[in-house]
Design a protein around this ligand. Structure first.
Ligand SMILES: [Zn+2]
Length: 318
């Protein structure tokens, strides 16, 4: 670079926004995890070539696009890049991904994320849900020891849908708390063991069949299941060779033998409810994404953007 050009570049640097500055710093230090991930995906394509469209291994290099290697499949003729068929596919502005993820780890609302990253609101929405696809798929596959199970209810919402299939609730009218009416409330089942392994699912209703469908094969034999004694939990314990401890909080039985209780799962629900309030009502069809987001962030080890970003590759070609 000519000295005059260099001077100009340095002068331009003063006009960078904070997030652009951070990106340049990362680039210069070589610690930019976006480039690292793409490099990793491209190396994988060399070691183990596979067309994401037809799974053929006969692929050729085919120019570059957005500084990424493009490939062309000799079998189906389609082109692709290393991020095709990953959550990152067709997301532009790579330099903003980490910044965006950082906003998400701060639980910022959509509009705020859009403002800070200089994105359109629709792009902000698309990115949020793309980055949440993986956390919402990460659910405990094994629970053991003392396992606590309980459900909590979220108001049914068609927020954001163009066509409402039912009348929205009038403002100020509080939905009735009791009664598990399918129309008004969506039950979320949470099962958590003392190692904090957590399995969560939106279920149509808390029935024996629903519990079986969600939890079959996930509960280690001879574990102890703690619940409020709602019948489906008793049936679940019997079916899975679990010892069942029935807590009756209303009746004053909060803890049995000092260790059996459902206070962890109830505290988890309280944290989740307090957190989700900031979004002023979540559309039911996206509830699982928000649950996954919270589950991910409830583990302090996960609270850095590189981690949320790097796990995105786990969804690759699955
Ligand atoms: Zn192909």
């Amino acid at each position: 670079m000519l000295p005059a050009q260099f001077t100009k570049l340095i002068a331009e640097l003063e006009h960078l926004t904070d997030s652009q500055t951070r990106y340049v710093e990362k680039l210069l230090k070589g610690t930019d995890s976006v480039s690292q991930l793409i490099t990793e995906l491209e190396e994988r394509m060399v070691e183990n070539p596979e067309c994401p469209h037809c799974h053929s291994s006969l692929i050729n290099r085919h120019g570059k696009v957005n500084k990424m290697q493009r490939y062309r499949c000799k079998n189906c003729g389609k082109t692709f890049v290393a991020t095709t068929a990953t959550p990152l596919a067709r997301l532009r502005y790579k330099e903003l991904w980490l910044e965006y993820i950082r906003c998400m780890l701060d639980s910022k609302p959509l509009r705020k994320c859009a403002e800070e990253c200089g994105l359109h609101l629709e792009t902000s929405f698309r990115w949020r849900h793309r980055f949440l696809a993986l956390p919402s798929a990460l659910n405990a596959s094994k629970l053991e020891g003392i396992i606590e199970a309980d459900e909590t209810l979220f108001p049914y919402s068609e927020k954001g849908s163009k066509r409402m299939t039912r009348q929205p609730r009038k403002r100020g009218v509080k939905a009735k708390k009791r009664g598990r009416s399918k129309d008004d409330w969506v039950p979320v089942l949470t099962v958590r063991d003392r190692a904090k392994n957590t399995y969560e699912a939106v279920v149509p209703s808390v029935t024996s069949a629903a519990l079986h469908q969600e939890l079959a094969g996930k509960l280690e034999k001879d574990s102890v299941l703690c619940s409020d004694g709602y019948k489906p939990y008793i049936a679940l314990s019997e079916k899975n060779d679990l010892i069942h401890k029935r807590l009756d909080v209303a009746g004053g039985v909060k803890v049995i033998d000092k260790v059996f209780h459902i206070q962890n799962v109830n505290a988890y629900h309280s944290r989740l409810k307090a957190w989700i309030k900031r979004f002023h009502g979540v559309a039911t069809k996206y509830l699982e994404h928000y649950l996954g987001w919270f589950r991910f962030m409830d583990n302090p080890e996960n609270l850095n953007e590189n981690r949320l970003f790097s796990i995105q590759q786990q969804l690759i070609r699955t």
